[in-house]
Design a binder for this molecule. Structure first.
Ligand SMILES: C[N+](C)(C)CCCC[C@H](N)C(=O)O
Ligand SMILES: O=C(O)CCC(=O)C(=O)O
Length: 470
């Protein structure tokens, strides 16, 4: 089993500083990352070709969005690379070609569309700088043959450093490497203070909407109080977040226990904690539920479980089982609707880790034991180990300390991050009417990113060409 695996939380799209909570083994370790962008006037000191270091060590500058002051890095170019000496103990090397290919000047990178204009394939593979210099704003490079001037922001270079990687400098990540600077893992104790907003605040303006999306990013779910107990109001609320994702169950659903669709959700049966649409290449991102009515019967309580929290518990208690569940592919299907047949075979792991610098982070839970297809690709001994690991996962998942049971009421909707939080329900009798919809993960994260730009203190200048997301 590899070294301690960190279970890190979902996504951030907001380049703000603050503690990142990562669960490392048994203990919670806090990782503080100062994320900032610099905006300073440049003072260029041209160097003769092939000359080495331009040293600004004596000068310092303060980044615009944190109190941190930085020594201006010294730079040097040697052959095919340019080296940036961040301090006495850390340096990055960038290929000349990589830097030229990533030039952000208006001729090379469309300032409005944020698309590459430079033709990668017309850049000489052996391109070399005529001069390099470190300025208070960033790295200046004058290229030779063909002549061209490029500038690179220091923070941008640090966060994009690949030789070496500086994971903590990665202020924002892709949808699947989602780290929040304010994440909270939770168990049953969340019942005393569940993340909650009001319908009016969400519908009133973008700030209210942003507050809700932030809670979803931090907790994996959020209640919305004061929603008219109608499908119309609920659909309108969902559309504030993003496009409704259509599936074999339709777009906006208003369902009950009549098997109108070929799925046990359309029955009175209990549903164990699960995530939805595990059988899609891209499982739905958000799922909104609003109980409209329940008459002449009992039960139908809703269950929420923080899958990232459960993954961290399993990793702490049995890292071998955790490792198996991050590797073994589990095929799932949806074949209850005559007009639809979805199969994810060979499937995906129940616990999904990120890629690259986040290869040790849990970024998605993908689990629905009822929708699981035949396990047929494992060798006999592996199958036994997988079932043992699955039983441990199930044991943690059903631990009373992680199950948050809540009786939904008409007027209060709940939106869930379907990549993190599992949901379920108890069996019920009587007439129960639930409505809701899916929103794609990409649409959710896009909306969150756009609102982060609008409300994050670091993004006054609007969409920054140095955004780590570009
Ligand atoms: C559409 N609505 C949410 C009512 C039902 C969805 C069925 C969920 C399915 N068993 C799955 O896990 O993907
Ligand atoms: O009926 C409910 O409360 C939830 C149904 C469910 O789990 C689902 O539709 O995925």
């Amino acid at each position: 089993m590899s070294a301690t695996v960190r279970v890190s939380q979902i996504a951030q799209r907001r380049p703000r500083s603050g503690p990142q909570v990562r669960l490392t083994g048994l203990n919670h370790s806090k990782t503080i990352s100062i994320l900032s962008f610099t905006t300073f006037s440049a003072t260029l000191t041209a160097l003769s070709p092939r000359q080495n270091i331009s040293c600004f060590q004596s000068r310092r500058f303060h980044s615009s969005s944190s109190s941190h002051s930085w020594a201006i890095p010294s730079v040097q170019h040697t052959g095919t690379k340019i080296q940036i000496n961040w301090d006495s103990s850390s340096a990055s090397k960038f290929h000349n070609f990589w830097l030229r290919d990533h030039c952000r000047c208006p001729k090379c990178f469309h300032s409005v569309t944020k698309q590459r204009l430079v033709n990668t394939f017309e850049i000489p593979p052996d391109i070399a700088p005529a001069s390099v210099s470190g300025t208070s704003r960033g790295l200046e490079v004058i290229w030779d043959l063909p002549s061209h001037k490029s500038f690179y922001d220091w923070e941008w270079l640090k966060s994009n450093s690949y030789d070496p990687l500086f994971p903590e400098a990665r202020s924002s990540v892709t949808a699947y490497g989602r780290i929040s600077s304010n994440v909270k893992l939770w168990g049953r104790d969340i019942e005393s203070h569940p993340p909650t907003v009001t319908h009016d605040s969400v519908m009133e303006d973008d700030k209210g909407l942003f507050d809700m999306l932030e809670k979803i990013v931090d907790f994996g779910f959020c209640f919305i109080k004061g929603v008219d107990a109608t499908p119309q109001a609920t659909e309108e609320l969902t559309m504030k977040i993003g496009n409704i994702r259509h599936t074999q169950y339709g777009g906006f659903w208003d369902f009950t226990s009549d098997l109108a669709k070929g799925d046990t959700a359309y029955t009175t049966l209990a549903l164990q904690a699960h995530t939805d649409t595990t059988y899609f290449t891209d499982p739905c991102g958000l799922q909104l539920f609003h109980l409209l009515s329940h008459t002449n019967g009992h039960g139908g309580e809703s269950l929420l479980v923080d899958g990232f929290h459960v993954a961290s518990l399993l990793h702490s208690s049995n890292p071998e089982a955790f490792d198996i569940l991050t590797r073994v592919r589990v095929p799932t299907h949806a074949a209850g609707e005559p007009g639809a047949f979805y199969s994810s075979a060979p499937g995906n792991p129940i616990i999904n880790l990120g890629h690259g610098s986040r290869s040790k982070d849990v970024v998605q839970i993908r689990y629905n034991n009822d929708d699981r297809s035949v396990m047929k690709d494992l060798k006999s001994a592996e199958l036994e180990k997988w079932y043992d690991a699955l039983r441990l996962w199930d044991k943690h998942l059903k631990d009373k300390d992680v199950e948050y049971w809540v009786q939904l009421q008409p007027g209060t909707a709940v939106v869930v991050d379907n990549h993190r939080v599992l949901h379920g329900r108890s069996a019920f009798t009587g007439k129960r009417r639930m409505c809701g919809a899916y929103v794609g993960m990409d649409d959710f994260l896009s909306k969150f990113t756009v609102l982060s730009e609008k409300f994050s203190p670091d993004n006054k200048a609007g969409r920054n060409i140095w955004s780590p997301l570009l």
